[in-house]
Ligand binder design. Structure first.
Ligand SMILES: [Zn+2]
Length: 73
């Protein structure tokens, strides 16, 4: 099953939903060392449905423009 992660950025009050294998996600490890815990937090892994469901409870979470996860039908 494909896993999804949500990155929540506290300082910018926004975030994105990613496929686990997205290069920006790296299975929830992210791509910038300075991002590890200070500016935000990775949530997951989730199923597609759960990722979008949880994203709806956070501020300004959008599907990643790189890996483009689609909302569940
Ligand atoms: Zn992504």
């Amino acid at each position: 099953m494909t896993d999804f992660y949500i990155y929540e950025n506290w300082t910018r009050k926004r975030g994105a939903i990613h496929y686990a294998d997205c290069s920006y996600c790296n299975s929830g490890k992210g791509f910038q060392i300075e991002d590890s815990g200070r500016n935000g937090k990775w949530h997951g892994p989730y199923s597609l449905e759960e990722a979008f469901c949880r994203a709806a409870t956070m501020l300004n979470i959008e599907p990643c423009k790189s890996c483009k996860p689609l909302p569940p039908a």
